[in-house]
Design a protein around this ligand. Structure first.
Ligand code: SF4
Ligand code: SF4
Length: 363
């Protein structure tokens, strides 16, 4: 295994100490730790001498999560952490192809003890999704057997995502469901690179993986409700809604609930972490949250523009926003009606859960 020289990596990336410590501060915030942890995070990253081996498989997907993780408008501090990983096999970025790449996979699997990162859903019907004349599901089973830990990266790998949407002819499943063993689920379409980085940093800092929620996601990342932490929340509470993209209300940053925002039923730290070097995120950009980190997405959250039912709006106190009443209470366009009824049945479970949470139950 190659040695890891931290100073060399810093100079190659042209990242100075100040920027590195700033990144450590952002990681402390992402991990829900105080800024006093900055020196410990810096130390944990610097002291790595051996790079953990990673095998990265691509199953049914569009490489969007790889794009998200490796994209760099300029060398970022997050890249330092990703460089700690020795990515021995990655079909999209490796120079080898064909039989040569198959040999590399065989060699990596033979050595065992690697972290297996899986991007994409698992086609469970024979003949659907093949690489090198082998079904993807057979490659996954074999690769998973000798791995030390498995990370399902993105919504397709975690719960099926877009390729598992109706009618799902390939019988796509998430990795954990297919393998019937615990995996670390980093959902999102695409995954935020900082979610992978924060998971790695947590392991470096504490010597263990973060605690997971009931959907197999790290609580430090997915324990935060989008709606509760949204900068537009004051508009929601005041009943001020955007009714048309590009309108004055949209420009003023009012709430996107009536445009189909699924933030109230979605859990992730997007408002804190954001995307593209922390420039923006879905709600800030003006479209709203589609619920991409949640199991069942996208079917359970479709149509994307339908108003989420069962959500109490403070200014309409006492009027429950159910599928039947939403139009009357809020003056929603009838065009969204069919979608509301579909979404109502798909989301009934989560809505009930949220109500329980508000009454002091488990989140
Ligand atoms: S409904 Fe969406 S835009 Fe409105 S406050 Fe909630 S998360 Fe923000
Ligand atoms: S804001 Fe919603 S749709 Fe956007 S990335 Fe976060 S969870 Fe996904």
């Amino acid at each position: 295994m190659a040695e890891y020289d931290f100073d060399t990596v810093l100079s190659l990336k042209d990242i100075n100490r100040r920027r590195f410590l700033k990144f450590c501060g952002q990681m402390a915030a992402a991990l829900g730790l105080s800024q006093s942890f900055i020196p410990q995070i810096a130390n944990a990253i610097e002291k790595v001498s051996k790079r953990p081996s990673v095998v990265w498989l691509h199953l049914a997907m569009d490489t969007g999560c790889t794009e998200s993780v490796i994209k760099a408008t300029h060398p970022s501090a997050s890249e330092i952490v990703l460089d700690i990983l020795s990515i021995d096999y990655h079909e999209t970025i490796m120079a080898a192809a064909g039989e040569q790449s198959e040999e590399i996979l065989k060699k990596s699997v033979g050595e065992g003890g690697y972290i297996l990162i899986v991007e994409g859903g698992v086609p469970t019907k024979p003949g659907y999704g093949r690489i090198g004349r082998r079904d993807m599901m057979d490659i996954l089973r074999e690769t998973a057997d000798k791995s030390a830990a498995i990370i399902a990266l993105g919504s397709c790998a975690t719960y099926g995502g877009v390729p598992a949407a109706r009618p799902n002819p390939a019988g796509i499943k998430g990795v954990g469901e297919f393998l019937q063993r615990p995996v670390i689920n980093l959902s999102g379409c695409p995954v935020n690179p900082d979610w992978l980085v924060a998971t790695v940093v947590h392991h470096l800092l504490f010597g263990k993986l973060p605690e997971l929620d009931k959907h197999g996601r790290p609580k430090i990342i997915y324990g935060m409700n989008i709606h509760d932490n949204c900068p537009r929340r004051a508009s929601f509470d005041a009943g001020k809604f955007v009714e048309e993209f590009g309108s004055e209300e949209a420009m003023e940053g009012e709430c996107l609930y009536k445009m189909g925002c699924k933030g109230p039923n979605t859990y992730a730290n997007c408002p804190l972490i954001r995307w593209n070097d922390k420039i923006s995120w879905c709600v800030q950009s003006g479209y709203g949250c589609t619920g991409c980190t949640e199991p069942g997405w996208p079917d359970a959250f479709s149509p994307m523009r339908a108003v989420l039912p069962g959500i109490s709006i403070p200014v309409f106190k006492g009027v429950e926003n159910t599928a039947d009443k939403v139009g009357a209470a809020l003056g929603i366009a009838t065009a969204a009606g069919i979608g509301i009824h579909l979404a109502a049945s798909a989301m009934k479970g989560r809505t009930k859960k949220d109500e329980d949470k508000e009454k002091g139950g488990e989140g």
